[in-house]
Design a protein around this ligand. Structure first.
Ligand code: AMP
Ligand code: ZN
Length: 114
């Protein structure tokens, strides 16, 4: 998708603050962090929302969580804990329509989320 912000990050057209990448996913720091560690983990391939995921995307989706675990180790927050969130559509607060897993940590989290 040529007009997708996160596709531009995946392609390198825009250079985010990358913390992890492999053949399938890329992870970078959120520009407006809501916690000391706030990373966005995205598939390199464009998928707009959770509603657009197909069965064939199951492995790719799992890789987002595997990346979150690796990044938590890197950031030193694996043991204390962190939160992963994926917003789907505007009602849940999704503003960038390329699926992304938020990973937040480094502070106490409250429940329920707002
Ligand atoms: P969501 O509201 O779930 O769609 O999350 C989108 C996230 O993307 C927000 O937390 C934004 O702060 C973040 N964001 C928007 N533009 C950028 C950017 N250029 N670099 C890094 N993060 C961004
Ligand atoms: Zn995209």
């Amino acid at each position: 998708m040529t007009d997708c912000l996160f596709c531009k990050m995946a392609s390198g057209e825009i250079e985010p603050d990358i913390v992890y990448q492999d053949d399938d996913v890329i992870a970078f720091r959120d520009i407006n962090p809501q916690a000391p560690t706030h990373v966005l983990i995205i598939p390199r391939r464009h998928i707009s929302t959770i509603n657009d995921l197909q069965s064939a995307d199951a492995e790719l989706t799992g890789k987002l969580f595997l990346a979150a675990g690796k990044i938590a180790e890197q950031e030193g927050i694996a043991e204390q804990g962190y939160r992963t969130v994926m917003n789907c559509n505007a009602g849940a607060g999704q503003t960038v329509f390329h699926v992304h897993l938020h990973m937040l940590g480094g502070r106490a989290m409250t429940w329920p989320p707002g």
